[in-house]
Write a protein that binds this ligand. Structure first.
Ligand SMILES: [Zn+2]
Length: 311
């Protein structure tokens, strides 16, 4: 497999307050891990910055303007724009570069330049609803990537699989009444943001939630992934698979109580690649979401990317 890695130094310039879990060190830890010779086969590219217009693929213009108004100007300044979402002077540029990287990754797999791609970006995106920044997220990067695939490449059916330990409420909100997008999520419940019950199915049954109880591990995760997520994917037959790849279901993560190990992310990646081989010409684009223990993040993301490379 040809695996493209999108990265950019701007992701080290989105500053959050001291002690905040969504911090610059996450990207540093990933960079160290990806420096290992195992990853020398990656096709590395700097992510391009998207135009502000791209945000409106998934959000009303007013949401874009609202975020722009709240970006501080002075170096060193940090602005709280929502309960736990903070902006620094370079945050808009970082968020737009995450979006640009996701769109470029979609272009790559749709045109065959790469089989699959991983975007090592922050801030994350899956909590951002149509008109609301929340949960460390300004704009919903994966939703924008899905819309971009449909608008520019004529993709009919996009599947988004979200294995971040928190429910992807923003992605669910954006595609609630859009049967051209299947959204599947495994997540801990109860946990922030509180949504993601099994009976939240979307207007057209295109939302599949597989909540997990606190303290469960690999067996429960894999069973839910097989019986709920893979079953739905096979019924849907996606033309493209996007992954909201959070690694905070790792047992070391401080924000949740699910006990996955690195091999579970390798396993789940392999299962999605089988679906992509069956229906989608291997096209998989994976975007970093959460993952707040640096060791757990580096291990899990490393195994995920290695699986993308090996097929
Ligand atoms: Zn998360």
């Amino acid at each position: 497999m040809t695996t493209r890695l999108y990265e950019h130094p701007i992701f080290l310039e989105h500053v959050t307050p001291a002690g905040h879990p969504e911090r610059i060190d996450r990207i540093r830890a990933l960079n160290v891990a990806l420096g290992h010779p195992h990853f020398s086969g990656l096709d590395r590219k700097d992510a391009p910055q998207a135009n502000e217009d791209a945000v409106t693929l998934a959000h009303p213009e007013e949401h874009l303007f609202s975020v722009m108004r709240q970006i501080p100007e002075e170096e060193g300044e940090i602005n709280q724009i929502e309960a736990d979402t903070y902006a620094s002077p370079k945050s808009l540029q970082a968020a737009l570069t995450a979006i640009g990287g996701a769109m470029a990754a979609v272009d790559d797999v749709m045109t065959g330049v790469a089989d699959n791609a991983f975007l090592a970006a922050r801030p994350p995106g899956h909590h951002a609803e149509k008109a609301k920044a929340m949960g460390f997220c300004f704009f919903n990067t994966v939703a924008i990537a899905a819309r971009h695939a449909q608008r520019v490449h004529g993709v009919e059916r996009v599947a988004i699989v979200d294995w971040d330990v928190h429910h992807g409420n923003g992605t669910q909100d954006i595609f609630w009444d859009d049967p051209s997008v299947l959204f599947c999520s495994t997540h801990q419940m109860p946990l922030y943001p509180g949504s993601g019950a099994r009976d939240e199915t979307g207007v057209k049954n295109n939302i599949v939630n597989a909540p997990l109880s606190p303290n469960v591990g690999s067996d429960h995760f894999r069973e839910a992934f097989k019986s709920r997520v893979l079953t739905a994917l096979n019924d849907f037959s996606p033309d493209l698979i996007l992954i909201s790849a959070g690694f905070d279901a790792h047992h070391r993560d401080p924000l949740a109580q699910i006990n996955l190990v690195g091999e579970d992310f390798d396993w789940a990646t392999g299962r999605l690649m089988e679906v992509a081989d069956r229906f989608a010409h291997n096209r998989v684009v994976s975007l970093l979401e959460g993952g707040y223990d640096l060791e757990g993040l580096a291990e899990s993301a490393g195994l995920h990317i290695l699986r993308l490379m090996k097929g």
